[in-house]
Each structure stands twice: as C-alpha cells, then as structure tokens.
Design a protein around this ligand. Sequence first.
Ligand code: ATP
Length: 311
Amino acid sequence: MATESVIEISGLSKTYGSGSKQTLALNRLDLSVRRGEIFGYLGPNGAGKTTTIRLLLDLIRPSAGSASIFGMDIRADSVEIHRRIGFLPGELSLWEGRTGDQIIHYVASVRGDTRGIAKHADELAERLDLDKTKRVRDLSSGNKRKLGLVIAMMHSPELLILDEPTGGLDPLVQQTFHDMMEEYRAKGKTVFLSSHVLSEVQAICDRVGILRDGELKAVESVEKITNVEFNWVDVTFRDAVPAGLQQQLDNMPSITDVSTNGTRVRMRMIGDFDPLLRAISGGYVEMLHVEEPSLEEIFLAFYSGDEEKLQ
Ligand code: ATP
C-alpha cells in the first residue's frame, strides 16, 4: 500500500523554443510519487518545477517521455485525471470581477456536487480566514492564493498538485495550511508540492526531490537529508589562537574548512569530539559552539553540485 505510486514519470523532457533559442527545461525526468505521501519538489528559480507540473496537468506537451497519474496517461486521460485531482497553479488567473463565493459555486457546479463541495469550501475558507464576499480584483495576493487553495481542495481530491502553495501567506495561515496537509496525509491522500521554503519542506514533507537545471539531482526522505553527520564547530580562545593549531587541525582527517579569525577558529567536523578537545587544550577556551548544518546549507550543497560535502 505504502509503495503504490500515484504519479509515475518516465524519461519526461521538455524543450522550449526552437533553433538557437532552445531551452531544455526538463531533462529525462524519472520519478515516482507514492500514495499517502507529501512530496516536496524543490529547486532554485528556473529549475523546471513549474514545467513539470504543467506537463503533468497536460497544459503543455512533453518533447519526450511519458507520465501517468492513477495509472492513467497524462495526455490521453487528462479529463478523467483532472476530475480526481486538485491543482493550484503558480500564477492564478481568476475572473477579476467575480467574488470568491461566485467562483467557488461555479467550480463546485462544474465538479457536479454543488452542496457538499460548496459546504466544504466554506469550512476551508473559514480556516484560512478568507473573505469570499470580495471580488477577486479587490483581494490581496495572499488572499488570492487562499482562494486558489480552497478551489484546489474543496472536492477533497485524492491527489493535490500545488505550485508554490504558501507564497504570500502569512505565518499563521501557513501553519493552518501545514495542518491541512497533515490531515490530508492522515486520510491516505497524496500531495505533490513545489516550494522554495526549506523550513516548510522540513516541517511537512515525507520525501523531497531536488531539481537543478532541469535534472533531478536527488530524491531522499526528509529524515535522511536532515540527518547528516557533520557539525560546524566554533572555538573562541581568551587570548590569540595557539600557535600551530591551524596546521594541526588541517592535518586531522575528521576536520576540514578550518578558518582562523583573531581569537576564533571555525571548522567543519565529522565524528567524535575527543581529537578536537585534545588539540585545543593548549589554550584557554572561552566558548565552544556547535552548530548543525542548516537544511538550507544541505540543499545549497545539492544545488551547487557539491554532493561530496554532504558525506
Ligand atoms: P521558479 O521557481 O522561478 O518558478 P521553475 O523551477 O518553476 O522556476 P520553470 O518555470 O519550469 O522553472 O522554467 C524552467 C526553464 O524553462 C527556465 O529556464 C525558463 O526560463 C524556461 N521556460 C519556462 N517557460 C517557458 C516558455 N513558455 N518559453 C520558453 N522558456 C520557458
């Protein structure tokens, strides 16, 4: 059950433009998203996240490769797929002159079950603190995003595909969104979301895929990616850094990236502390500060192609 895949992508590629103006936005993507997981799709600007999502939704056509959702082909079966999923695009374009309520009722009627869906939409709007009586043109960008989330979620779909869902939302609403995602997972539903917000991914996702320049660089569980073994260590001496310490540290296999600044030494350290404590015992240590690498640091190492730094 846990390994049943909901999204299956195989060799999916997209090239925009032609001739000398070609951009390879997605390069032979292979990826499976499992039922019941929250999958975070991460990457810097221009990595190809939106392109992937638009391909999955059949809004644009692939240059090569294929993909299926619920075992159905994304191109041949796109109508049936759309019936069963909820989608939040990166850039929402809604009828500017209509109110949130009008749009929700329209979409609910297209989805076929006006009362049940609209009632759920009311609950979602209330939790997200969205005023549905305002016209779209009068909504702030964060409130438009909330309306987009309500539309994506109001029919309780089995799969949610969300492009940057929390962009522009304030921290309280972000927390509500996180709670909603947890509830989705508890019901065995699946979420595929793209994000730049590392803390969000850490807080809610089960696995992450890291995309860079159209290529998938890694797919890992969030637990594993945050469980790296190295630490940054800062040692502050009362007086100057003891003579020869820098060289001594440079020669220790468990220590790298040593930098000295006045009375401070900073280094990246793997494993036990004992060798370091012996090495620094020649001076009077005023402060010892140990810092785990941030998720951002870990991801930046992936983004920059420096995977070795993660070992
Ligand atoms: P962001 O985080 O900035 O939204 P992204 O990861 O979603 O970025 P995409 O929007 O998928 O990235 O873009 C991937 C690449 O394809 C970029 O180099 C972009 O300039 C290019 N691209 C996207 N859409 C088009 C288009 N319609 N025509 C030409 N090039 C495009």
